[in-house]
Design a protein around this ligand. Structure first.
Ligand SMILES: Nc1nc2c(c(=O)[nH]1)N[C@H]1C(S)=C(S)[C@@H](COP(=O)(O)O)O[C@H]1N2
Ligand SMILES: [Mo]
Length: 413
């Protein structure tokens, strides 16, 4: 006889839940008495769950530097900077959820009120300097694009691995990147409304954080279809740590170009300079020449990189598995990824999985019969403009753009 009550989802769930627990206990060889003991001790769920439980963001206290919780299972802690732990992407989709997305604050996250917020557009490059409210911005026709934001210093720790000498700055592995769907208004829209001159040369968004972080870009980049004033991230209101109420998205460029918490945009007929394109975010080292007033060539595009969805220097269980990772390029799409399981002696092509979006990333995998031992895994991406990750890169003082193949240490037990 059909039990009609089981058509109701809640009733069905309740009726099946016990059954499942008993059956699972039996396959694990746990006796009825032992199971009752475990459940009584509160260890039931842990005992019954297969090996890897997805980590959860329990209510970790937010620091006074940032707003969102940054539990240690999600992030490596560098004060106001939080590095994404790549192993968490193993169980996720294409996008990095907002709660997992890395944070890079030069100082701290300002608490801003959207109703009091204004965006001023001014300078010699516009004929009608003007102000926009939050409602003005969100009331304009919007677009959504899927792009990475990556810190220029992502991979910085590998300079020490390669040269035995630390580059200045946070010693990231590869977790200073994330891909999200960004929704906003083309920057072009507000520039046009402020009467952009044909002679305009540089455009410099400025943050409302303590340091007023600002970095110019050429007018051509500011006018691109996908250079946006962003107010939503992965379908949610832009979180405070990621630039609420409005940030800039400058696809393919180094992280610092993506100014958070903007309050002003300077448009100029003359080249613009700030500390962030003269002192920092420029290449300084024996292989680079100063370019006054900058101490070296200013950085623009991010290079090609690859990362494994594994704990860094952690442990995985022996057995057949899919070894998964992702590769990306600031210049376009990824065309090819090769993986080496034996420290670069032999290489095999990885299978790439859709989608493969320009200036975002592609997910890939190879079969791996993981035998006990210690490994140093390598992945080498090539983009559709022909850039292939090299074996090494020259040292630069502040540790930017380490895009060489990096060994990922992992132990199989
Ligand atoms: N106003 C302002 N914008 C900023 C920063 C900052 O400190 N202040 N940090 C920049 C740097 S160096 C990076 S890598 C990205 C990081 O973006 P996220 O914190 O949303 O991941 O923001 C950029 N925009
Ligand atoms: Mo950055």
């Amino acid at each position: 006889m059909r039990d009609e009550s089981l058509m109701d989802e809640q009733v069905y769930e309740a009726a099946r839940a016990d059954e499942r627990v008993w059956r699972r206990a039996k396959t694990l060889g746990i006796s009825r008495r032992r199971l009752l003991e475990l459940v009584g001790a509160g260890a039931g769920a842990a005992a019954l769950t297969a090996v890897q439980r997805p980590p959860r963001a329990h209510a970790a206290p937010a620091s006074d530097l940032l707003v969102k919780p940054t539990p240690p299972e999600f992030f490596n802690d560098f004060g106001s900077n939080k590095e994404m732990r790549w192993e968490n992407m193993y169980t996720r989709g294409y996008l990095v959820p907002n709660e997992l997305f890395f944070v890079r604050d030069h100082t701290r996250t300002p608490r801003l009120d959207a109703s009091a917020w204004r965006l001023r557009v001014e300078g010699s490059g516009v004929t009608q300097p003007r102000e926009f409210t939050y409602d003005d911005i969100v009331g304009m026709p919007s677009v959504s694009v899927t792009k990475f934001i990556e810190c220029a210093g992502n991979g910085r720790s590998f300079f020490e691995t390669a040269y035995g000498r630390k580059a200045e700055g946070g010693q990231w592995h590869l977790g200073a990147i994330g891909v999200a769907e960004w929704t906003g208004v083309p920057l072009r829209e507000v520039l046009t409304r402020a009467g952009l001159k044909r002679s305009a040369r540089d455009v410099m968004p400025e943050g409302l954080d303590e340091l007023r972080v600002r970095r110019p870009m050429p007018a051509a980049k500011a006018l691109a279809d996908d250079t946006l004033l962003v107010y939503a991230m992965n379908g949610q209101t832009l979180p405070p740590d990621h630039g609420f109420p409005v940030r800039v998205l400058v696809p393919g460029w180094i992280g610092v170009a993506n100014t958070k918490w903007i309050g002003r945009i300077e448009v100029s007929e003359e080249p613009l300079y700030s500390a962030w394109n003269t002192n920092t975010y420029v290449m300084i080292g024996p292989d680079y020449k100063p370019q006054p007033p900058a101490k070296g060539p200013a950085l623009t595009f991010q290079a090609v990189k690859s990362a494994f969805e594994l704990p860094w220097d952690g442990e995985v269980r022996a057995g057949r598995r899919l070894l998964k990772g992702r590769s990306w390029s600031g210049y376009g799409k990824i065309a090819k990824v090769d993986v080496s399981l034996d420290r670069g002696v032999t290489w095999q092509p990885a299978r790439m999985r859709e989608p493969n979006l320009s200036q975002a990333w592609v997910r890939w995998d190879v079969d791996w019969d993981a035998r006990p031992g210690s490994y140093n895994l390598r992945a080498r991406g090539t983009d559709d403009k022909g850039h292939t990750q090299p074996a090494g890169v020259p040292f630069n003082q502040q540790g930017y753009l380490y895009w060489a193949v990096a060994g990922h240490p992992v132990t199989v037990r």
